[in-house]
Design a protein around this ligand. Structure first.
Ligand code: HEC
Length: 148
């Protein structure tokens, strides 16, 4: 009888455990809080980075390295830094980032400008290697920080 009870209680525990929702995956990223304006400026930038990246890959596939480089510089390069100054008036996303995150942001702009230079030189293999430096800068920040 005791064995049967034990079996029933084990079965019940197993059923309850199955019914409980699975734990969501852990998120180790650091939360960076920002007011709505800088956060939405950053989101708009991010969306455009992704679109630009997609265009760059398309240009590389067509062997149009000049256009790939130009897109990188115009949309993500050093020349785009501070482009929100007029709207943000000192409340740009960079101001709310911890130093490491800022550094990762600058690193992204530098990598985009470096890619633009390499692409201009016309060496496709080097351009791909340099593009991966750029995407690594996206990955580094995404794996470290979140804003919500
Ligand atoms: C300095 C840090 C940093 C860098 C560099 C960076 N990102 Fe982000 N990105 C973020 C953060 C933080 C978020 C918001 C994630 C969150 O809060 O869940 C984000 C969100 C996004 C999103 C989602 C936007 C949405 O729809 O909400 C996309 C797409 C994106 N990034 C693309 C990119 C690409 C592509 C690159 C590289 C070219 C890049 N990011 C580089 C920090 C960065």
């Amino acid at each position: 009888m005791r064995t049967v009870m034990l079996f029933v209680s084990l079965l019940l525990t197993a059923t309850i455990a199955q019914a409980a929702p699975p734990a969501p995956p852990l998120d180790f990223r650091q939360l960076v809080e920002m007011p709505d304006l800088p956060r939405s400026l950053m989101r708009a930038d991010m969306q455009d980075h992704l679109v630009a990246l997609n265009e760059i890959i398309g240009y590389l596939a067509e062997n149009n390295l000049a256009a790939a480089g130009e897109t990188a510089e115009k949309r993500m390069g050093q020349s785009t830094m501070g482009k929100h100054a007029a709207i943000a008036r000192g409340q740009g996303p960079g101001r709310f980032m911890p130093e490491t995150m800022q550094q990762m942001g600058w690193n992204m702009h530098d990598s985009a400008t470096e890619f633009a230079k390499v692409a201009k030189s016309g060496d496709r293999a080097k351009a791909f290697a340099s593009l991966q430096q750029l995407t690594s800068s996206c990955v580094a920040c995404h794996m470290s920080f979140r804003t919500r």
